[in-house]
Design a protein around this ligand. Sequence first.
Ligand code: AQP
Length: 337
Amino acid sequence: QDRVFSGIQPSGGLTLGNYLGAMRRFVDWQDRGLKEGFETIFCMVDLHAITVWQDPAALRRQTRELAAAYIASGLDPEKSILFNQSQVPEHAQLAWIFNCVARMGWMQRMTQWKDKAGKNSQNASLGLFAYPALMAADILIYHATHVPVGEDQKQHVELTRDIAAKFNHDYGQDFFPLTEPVIEGTATRVMSLRDGTKKMSKSDPSDMARINLTDDADAIANKIRKARTDPEALPSEAEGLEGRAEARNLVTIYAALAGTDVDSVLRDFGGRQFSEFKPALGELAVEKLAPISTRMAQLMETPNEIDRIIGRGAEKAREIAEPILKDTYELVGMIRS
Ligand code: AQP
C-alpha cells in the first residue's frame, strides 16, 4: 500500500523554492492520493528547525505560517493529514532507535551537514549532525513509500533507505519499506536570484536572493528586476542556456509558474532581452503568488483555528504512528507492559 509523506522546516519565511520544489507538488500528490486511494501526510518539521537556533516566538509564528501556506497552496486538512512534528512524539522516539542504527560515517558524508556546519563543525549542534536520522524516522514512522522532495533532499531520502535496510537486516524482519525519493517537475532546484550556483534558501542572509511567499507585488517585481543575469539575449533553445546559470534559473521559474516547460518558454522569449523578460516573469509570479499570500494572511488572523487544525492532524498521525512504534520496540527487544 502506497503512502506519501513529506515535510518542510518552519525555519523562516517560505521561499518560491519551497513552493515550486515541494508545496505545489504536495497538492498534486494529495489529489492523486484521493483518486488512487492512498494517504498523504504533510508536516511542519519543527524538531528539525531547532537543529539551528530559532527564537521561540519566531518558531511559533513560522510554524503557524507554514501551516497557513500549506492550506493556502491547496492542501486540505480533510484530504491530507497536516500536522506539527513535535506534536507526534513517535517521531523523536523512533529517531533515537535510528541514531543507534545509523553510522557516524554515513552522517559525515551528508552534503547538507557539510554545508550547514561549515568549517566550524565543533560548534554545530548534535541535532544538526543527526538530522537525517530524524528525517528517516519522520518517513518510516508512517511506513511511507514515497517522499516528494526537491533535489537537495535526495541524499537524505537515500540515507533513509540505508537506515531501513540496516534495521531490517539487523532485526531480521522486512519491517520498514525502502522509500523512494520522488523528484519531479520543472523546478526541483530553484536557485538564488543573486547567484545562479546557490540554492534559493530561506536562511540566505540576503533577502534579495529569494522570493518569499509573503512578499508583496512590488517586492516581487523589484527582486526579479534586480536579479543577476548576463548581458546576452535569451536563446531560442534550451542548449543555449548551458553555462548561463542565472538565465536558466529565471527561465525555469517562469516555466514552473506557467505550468509549461523550458522549451516552450524559449519559443516565446528566445531572442528577447532580460529587460523584456523580467517584467513578464514578475507579472506571472505576482499573479500566481498573490492569491496564496492573501489567503495566508487571512488564515494567520485566526491562529487558534490553525492550532485546532494541526492538533486534529496530529491525532490522526498518531493513529498511524503509535502501532508502528510499538512493533519497532517489540522487534528491538524492549518490554512494553
Ligand atoms: N531552492 C529550492 N528549490 C527546490 N526545492 C527546494 N526546497 C527547498 N529549497 C528549494 C524543498 O523544500 C522542501 C523543504 O525544505 P526545508 O525547508 O525543510 O529544508 P531546506 O531544503 O534546507 O530548505 P531551505 O529553504 O534551504 O531552508 P534552510 O535555509 O532553513 O535550510 C524540501 O523538499 C526541499 O527539497
